[in-house]
Design a protein around this ligand. Sequence first.
Ligand code: FAD
Length: 492
Amino acid sequence: MMKVAVIGSGIGGLSSAIRLAKLGLDVSVFEANEFVGGKVNEQWLGEYRFDMGPSVFTEPALIEELLSLCGKDPSLFHYRQLAESCRYFFTDGQQVIVPAGMKQTAQTFETEFGENRLRTERFLKRLSKNYQALSPVFIQASLHRLNQWFNNGIFRAIVRIPYYGMIRSMYAVNQARFKNPKSAQLLNRMATYNGSSPYRTPGLLNIISHLEFNEGPAMPIGGMVQISKTLHQLCLGLGVTFHLSERVEEILHTQNKVTGIRTNLKTVDCNIVVSNMDVHFTYERLLKGLHEPKKILRQEKSSSAIVFYWGIKETVKELGVHNIFFAEDYQAEFEAIFQTKTRYEDPTIYVHITSKVEKGDAPDGSENWFVMVNAPINVGQDWDEFVLETRKTCVAKLSKALGQDIESLIEVESHNEPRKIESVYFGKQGSIYGNSSNSAFSAFYRHPNFSKTLKGLYFAGVTVHPGGGIPLALNSAKIVERCVREDYALHS
Ligand SMILES: Cc1cc2nc3c(=O)[nH]c(=O)nc-3n(C[C@H](O)[C@H](O)[C@H](O)COP(=O)(O)OP(=O)(O)OC[C@H]3O[C@@H](n4cnc5c(N)ncnc54)[C@H](O)[C@@H]3O)c2cc1C
């Protein structure tokens, strides 16, 4: 039986393991940390539970698909669709709750921002059509294999080119579409969902707004960590073996073919390796001496983040599950993140509170606040000072917007920052999603899901095609499976 070693148990690694085990291969997962799930893990601070990384979850059907693939009832993955997509707080004091759903969003844009309801609805419908057209070509298939890319969907995708806004930035498209800059800002924010700047990412990426506004966010019952727990259980059910606290140090190869891996504990023979490690580090640390795809690896990195996990000994009724407190000057904030790589004094703050719907996540009358600020990658800034100052800013800004002293409500706390994202999850310079999408051609500068040099080497996760976020990591595994089937003439 062909043997597979998966490096890393992030969402891309776990879903690849499931798919390859279902092909009848003998799969082992090697994970440097003592826990499974990569960035999708949790921590408890006293009686407060926190998801450590992702908080926005769309396309639960991709998890259900994996359950079905394993012969399980897809409804075993429990989640709720949230009634609200997000609550927005502007610096002029305006507060807007945006409900989930195309019609509801359009209505809110009319009531709150004075936009024409039907015009907004038409635009959101267009984004939905763009998403349906682009997904089979740019998200579910390899861009680097003509047979996959040139699929039946290609003509539908080509026909819609005039509607994507490929030449202009997301900001320019939205600025032209909406008369109120606030409405545009809500859509511009979606660039951050893959760690990019709306002022540079192409308008095409407005398709993320289709998922946020039309489909609306979901939330796994029990928190985001249930995603990795569910995938882990599926792996175990298929006989996948896990080697935790075992770091892979080298991918072994001879005559342009993978032959195994060397970990900090042993050498393991295998025919196929799937790396869920940041692709940059895969080359830098595991494939020393192998010719690197320099152009791809030198692309600008996505943003990083500073997250404060605060146990708050009160419930704040103005807040929902997802909340955004915007910066006054959004453009200056992105310049600080990507150009000067410095701290911006008035950052946009995201507050996520699962205990609004998951009562067990905080003691009665309390809340678990996940307070996140987008940050530059690690280029040697003084992070201790950066974190300290950002914390002060968050406390001050939230206290002002909510009209109460937040500092006095913080009962327990911890934080995460770019250096930790780099050292715990091995994200190059603490970037969350590998390369940014800050150019019109960024999709073509993501690493393929397979190696062009070494037979048997594949890549899954957010640092390779199709890009950042849980749904895309799940799709990367789907593409890996397809490539393996093609390369070894296997049938599902
Ligand atoms: C603060 C934050 C907020 C985020 N918010 C969102 C969000 O709202 N929505 C969303 O969809 N996504 C979000 N993300 C991104 C999300 O975490 C990823 O999309 C998702 O977890 C998939 O990651 P991945 O498959 O690339 O693997 P990762 O989670 O990066 O896991 C890679 C794994 O590989 C292991 N590894 C690396 N090198 C080795 C080695 N040499 N040997 C063995 N093991 C190794 C690591 O330990 C890690 O477990 C966020 C991330 C962060 C940090």
